[in-house]
Design a protein. Structure first.
Length: 117
């Protein structure tokens, strides 16, 4: 499986962005797709995840009620819609896939999100 993230950019605080992650290869209903982020000088942290059958969705407390994860089966794509962005959301955002082994196995290349104050 290969993952290609896109949609990052520069936005003012309070603004919105929508990230996309296109997956090549077969994705199964029990797979999880997720988003992580890494800010300069900080460790990579979990943002959100969704099971491919959409029956399980999780968010980090810091983004709950502001970010929405979704997927489009027909396009093999997972999205992260980010609203009410804050400067502390500035980071490189990575998409990742757990092929049902409880470990984030595949990673995309990352897309930069910068939120200015």
């Amino acid at each position: 499986v290969q993952l290609q993230a896109s949609g990052g950019g520069l936005v003012q605080a309070g603004g919105s962005l929508k990230l996309s992650c296109a997956a090549s290869g077969r994705i199964y209903s029990y797979d999880f797709l997720g988003w992580f982020r890494q800010a300069p000088g900080k460790e990579r942290e979990f943002v959100a995840s969704i099971r491919w059958n959409a029956q399980s969705i999780s968010y980090a407390d810091s983004v709950r009620d502001r970010f929405t994860i979704s997927r489009d089966n027909s396009k093999n794509t997972v999205y992260l819609e980010m609203n009410s962005l804050k400067p502390e959301d500035t980071a490189i955002y990575y998409c990742t896939l757990d092929p049902g082994v409880q470990r984030w196995t595949y990673w995309g290349q990352g897309t930069q999100v910068t939120v200015s104050s």
